[in-house]
Design a protein around this ligand. Structure first.
Ligand SMILES: Cc1cc2nc3c(=O)[nH]c(=O)nc-3n(C[C@H](O)[C@H](O)[C@H](O)COP(=O)(O)OP(=O)(O)OC[C@H]3O[C@@H](n4cnc5c(N)ncnc54)[C@H](O)[C@@H]3O)c2cc1C
Length: 409
């Protein structure tokens, strides 16, 4: 099979890229491991208070299906349940499809998204323990109730939004606590850091007081917010958030029956004294997200580690061009942000590619770049508090790379 562009990943970034390319007549194939296109968008269902009232619901399943229809109508081919396992230079893309074995393409866009970090808690291999991403997919995509009485371990923008989604769908969400302090849990067991991070989701709360609190906390922790920690409990949408409680054990013979909870000091140390047992049938663990970069190794993109955007990512310029000529990136592979940013980046990567082929004017590229910034401002969930700083660091690293005499190969 011969095409102009192969896109790896049919999430919002990949699909939007394919639409922009197909609109300009480029033959485009999108490959995805999952059984249908849509990526993480498929599991998203929440209210975005930044939008007008009549238009507030963000239903990822509906948005994905509109985007897929548009792409298919423009002639984009989707190949699902298929993995890319090798890419040879300039470019031959080998895939696991039963009929098509290789695709010859002039350019590639990597849009493989993110993966969940594992967060081990004693007892986490029992039936009834589920990761937050899986819980979100069961709840919003497949309409499956993952349990009757759920406790969340790990308090972050994603777990809070999923807890709200679950509560809205009628599941009994008992609360959210921190993981047992360990070298792996890191800041996720630190009440102060977690309290600060709540500002990143304050937009999601319909409760005006909490939204005010979010704005108030943003950027700094004051003595007043520290005193909030003394009370141990705040609520978001009626869900108790226990900032100074940690699960130390998930109990049960084969299946989850209860959890053991201990109190934490404001510094995140386990306190001696009261031990609580809470009866639950499901524990939902959230360890955070990482950009999924393994596909970059197939084309030898240079990688850099920038914690502010989520960890190790392919080095790229502000127009999403990587260190390998003809290879572009879009969406969460470039850093952890929400779906709106991924969609805007999908457009930017496509226009960057088209601009390199002199098929669009520079002005269109600059406009697409501005749209990414606008999407970032309008995002209801901020996954990485220092994302802008991280993006600036990336640009500096790119400039250093170019100044060092390294050429885009
Ligand atoms: C568990 C989880 C929950 C999230 N929840 C939200 C949320 O509620 N709201 C929000 O705004 N954002 C959420 N996000 C962030 C989310 O990733 C972005 O919203 C958005 O979906 C990113 O788009 P993307 O196109 O970059 O990646 P994705 O939507 O993740 O799509 C990437 C696609 O690439 C495919 N893929 C990966 N590797 C390969 C390969 N080698 N070969 C073939 N296909 C491959 C995957 O199957 C996937 O379909 C979540 C992320 C995760 C991981």
């Amino acid at each position: 099979m011969k095409v102009d562009v192969v896109i790896i990943g049919a999430g919002p970034a990949g699909i939007v890229s394919s639409i922009e390319l197909a609109k300009r007549g480029l033959k485009t194939v999108v490959i995805d491991e999952y059984f249908k296109p849509g990526g993480r968008l498929l599991g998203q269902l929440y209210e975005d208070p930044n939008l007008p009232k009549e238009n507030r619901q963000w239903n990822g399943k509906v948005i994905a299906s509109q985007l897929i229809d548009e792409a298919v109508a423009l002639g984009v081919t989707f190949i699902c349940q298929t993995t890319v396992w090798k890419i040879e230079e300039s470019f031959i893309v080998y895939i696991t499809d039963k009929d098509i074995k290789e695709i010859h393409a002039k350019s590639i866009i990597l849009a493989t998204g993110a993966l969940e970090k594992a967060l081990p808690v004693p007892g986490w291999t029992k039936v009834g323990v589920i990761s937050v991403g899986a819980a979100q997919t069961f709840t919003n995509l497949h309409n499956v109730k993952v349990g009757e009485r759920i406790l969340f371990v790990g308090i972050d923008p994603l777990s809070i939004s999923v807890a709200i989604e679950m509560k809205n769908s009628g599941i009994d969400v008992l609360g959210m606590v921190l993981p047992t302090p360990s070298t792996l849990s890191g800041f996720k067991s630190d009440p102060k850091t977690i309290l600060e991070s709540l500002a990143l989701v304050s937009n999601l709360a319909p409760n005006k007081l909490f939204r005010f609190f979010g704005k108030f906390v943003k950027g700094k922790i004051s003595s007043i917010t520290l005193s909030i920690l003394k009370y141990n409990l705040i609520k978001i949408n009626g869900i108790p958030i226990f900032l100074r409680k940690a699960v130390t054990e998930i109990n049960g013979v084969h299946e989850v029956e209860s959890v053991t909870i201990r109190e934490l000091s404001t510094k995140g140390e386990i306190m001696q004294g009261k031990v609580e047992t809470l009866v639950v049938d499901t524990v939902c663990i959230s360890g955070g997200l990482l950009p999924l970069v393994d596909s970059t190794q197939l084309v030898n993109c240079k990688l850099v580690d920038i914690p502010e955007i989520g960890g190790i990512v392919p080095l790229h310029n502000k127009y999403l061009k990587t260190t390998v000529n003809g290879v572009y990136v879009a969406g969460n592979i470039t850093g952890i942000e929400g779906a709106k940013v991924a969609m805007a980046q999908g457009k930017l990567a496509a226009l960057s590619l088209l601009n390199d082929l002199q098929l669009v004017e520079q002005a269109e590229l600059l406009e697409a770049y501005d749209l990414v910034e606008e999407a970032r401002k309008a995002s209801p969930i901020l996954f990485q508090p220092d994302i802008r700083k991280g993006r600036n660091i990336m640009q500096e690293k790119w400039e250093e790379y170019c100044a060092s005499g390294s050429v885009v190969s």
